[in-house]
Design a protein around this ligand. Structure first.
Ligand code: FES
Ligand SMILES: [Fe+2]
Length: 444
């Protein structure tokens, strides 16, 4: 990408990130946000969507990444294309943000120029008037522009605005195992988006959400009210009743500190990582699980099934894209919109070949934990907003602490692992990547 002129020098940026703390400006400075969109989002692989969202020719999902309108569309040849959603005539978006079907071509709603589903131009109305000009449908100047690189991994479509850089697999590193595990949980090894999407516009910087995904010191405080409510509900049930799943997932946030200290946190290159799960919903042996495990055993055998379902992860971070949750089959897509605005889209996946009740369980989790009208997510949104507002103070404190268990992370060949599950390793790991991208610029 072309480097825009920024008032920020590398030395300014370097001074903002220390090994154990970051300057509050990284969350509130619009110039830093603009540079992030260029130096981070302009280079990395970004999750666009899943190919199951565009099953038929002409199906599209239009969204924005780093302030650019883009559209993922299913081509006639089963390809999945990602092109900038901009007409080369006067710049109009070809399709509105959201989903739909554009049939066999894009037709601009302004003057009717048409484009193939790979973005190349078909034709423009009324040819006379273009004689003697350089207008030519074969000229790439008159095509919709493709994103520089697009790769699909097990149905997950990523794109990069940079023509050069690591492959998608190289970029994802150890985080790719979470995508694999999500798919492997299907007896046929495939997943599909189903059940709609929750969209939430948060009034906070995008990095706050990533940091919170592995923040194991907040659940028992931020979510105290929903833990108390779940326990009250449970006490109202007949003595000896098992705790229903909708209460169990809320109750999990109330585990005591020693429980969280025992969890594993992992950080990979490029800011990715994962957190071990709070509990294993597949540990039970109810009729749903019996049916599901029978399908898995038939597909993979008992040993491999135990391995797949034993990979028990809570949030995974794919830095810059969002967070797959393997156990409850979802992907929370994180889209920075402005320095203090972040759009979160929560998609739930159906495991192909699994009993319908497994999908219903994932929907239950999304509704109880992630829905904007749930008892849990609004707790997080409130504290994210307070972090944003507190860090907008120009006086009253400069730094944001990431000291917890600093200096104790164990280095592995493929990344780092915490010695304690309440470590702030994930935040330090994310900012190590942030610093590298921001200082390296085009060289990243
Ligand atoms: S802006 Fe698209 S045809 Fe004119
Ligand atoms: Fe939370």
């Amino acid at each position: 990408m072309t480097q825009a002129t920024s008032p920020l020098q590398d030395a300014d940026l370097d001074a903002l990130v220390r090994p154990d703390k970051v300057h509050r400006k990284v969350y509130v400075d619009p110039d830093i946000f603009a540079l992030e969109m260029e130096r981070i989002y302009g280079h990395i692989w970004i999750y666009i969507g899943h190919d199951s969202q565009v099953p038929y020719t002409g199906d599209y999902v239009a969204s924005q990444i780093a302030g650019h309108q883009v559209v993922m569309v299913r081509g006639a040849d089963d390809s999945v294309n990602v092109v900038y959603n901009r007409c080369p005539h006067k710049g109009a978006m070809l399709v509105p943000e959201g989903t739909g079907n554009t049939r066999k071509l894009f037709r601009c709603p302004y003057h009717g120029w048409t484009f193939h589903l790979d973005g190349t131009m078909m034709t423009a109305p009324l040819k006379n008037g273009y004689e003697g000009t350089c207008f030519d449908p074969a000229n790439p100047e008159f095509h919709m522009t493709k994103l520089a690189r697009v790769e699909r991994y097990r149905g997950f479509v990523f794109a990069s605005m940079a023509a050069e850089g690591p492959t998608l697999k190289e970029f994802l590193g150890g985080a790719i195992t979470s995508i694999d595990n999500l798919c492997d949980r299907s007896p046929v090894g495939e997943v599909e988006v189903a059940g709609g999407v929750f969209r939430v516009m948060q009034q906070s910087n995008w990095k706050v959400f990533y940091e919170n995904l592995h923040d194991t010191m907040h659940p028992m405080v931020t979510h105290e009210s929903s833990v108390v409510a779940a326990r009250q509900q449970y006490r109202a049930l007949p003595e000896g009743s098992p705790m229903p799943l909708e209460l169990l997932v809320m109750d999990g946030n109330g585990e005591p500190y020693p429980f969280w200290e025992s969890l594993e946190l992992r950080g990979f290159d490029n800011g990715h990582g994962y957190m071990e799960a709070i509990f294993n919903p597949n540990a039970g042996n109810d009729p749903v699980m019996q049916e599901y495990k029978a399908a898995m055993h038939a597909a993979y055998g008992e040993a491999r099934t135990a391995e797949i379902l034993g990979m028990n992860r809570h949030n995974t971070v794919i830095y810059g894209s969002g967070s797959p949750h393997t156990v409850f089959q979802q992907f929370r897509v994180i889209r920075p919109v402005a320095v203090d605005r972040t759009l979160i889209e929560i998609y739930t996946f159906r495991l192909k070949g699994a009993p319908p009740a497994v999908f219903e369980r994932a929907l239950l989790y999304a509704n109880v934990i992630n829905s904007p009208s749930s008892n849990v997510m609004p707790d997080d949104i409130e504290v994210y907003n307070r972090v944003q507002l507190g860090n907008q103070n120009k006086v009253g404190g400069e730094w944001v602490s990431m000291h917890r268990y600093h200096g104790t992370d164990r280095k592995l060949d493929d990344g780092s692992v915490s010695i304690n599950g309440t470590s702030e390793l994930p935040m330090r790991n994310q900012f190590a990547a942030w610093r590298r991208y921001m200082l390296a610029g085009d060289a990243a």
